[in-house]
Design a protein around this ligand. Sequence first.
Ligand SMILES: [Ca+2]
Ligand SMILES: [Ca+2]
Length: 135
Amino acid sequence: MKDTGGTEDEPRTFGSTYTAAVNGADKDSYLDKGIRCIVNCSNNSKTSDIVSFRYFDSDHYILGDVDGDKAVTSIDTTFIQRDIVRMKLPAYYDRVAADVDGNSSVSAYDVTWIQRDLVNMSTPYAIGDVFKRPD
Ligand SMILES: [Ca+2]
Ligand SMILES: [Ca+2]
C-alpha cells in the first residue's frame, strides 16, 4: 500500500486528513487501525484507489463528540441529555467529551453550549476541536 501519511517527516496527527492508495480488499483491514475513510469509502474495486482518510486514535477526543463518530451533531446532545437524567448509555459514550465547559460535571449547560455551536452561535469553548485525553 502506498501511503502518503505517517512518515517521520510528516507524522499522522489526530483528525488530520491524508491520502493513500488502497485496493478494495485492503480497505477494510486498513480501517481497523483507527483510520476512518472519508472519501470513496464504498469502493470495492480490485484495483488500487487513491482515497482520503482521516486519522484517529484513542488518546484524543473531539470536544462535544460523545458518541465518537468524529462529528459534533444533535445526536451528541441527545446522549448528554440522557446522561443528565441517568438513562442507560452505550459503552462508547464519552463523558470527557461531554463536559464542554470543563467544570468536571455533565449538565444542561454542556448541552446548551453544543446546541449554540450547532447553529453557529458563539461559545467560549472550542467545540469540535481535538484535545488530548487526560491521563
Ligand atoms: Ca458525534
Ligand atoms: Ca460541564
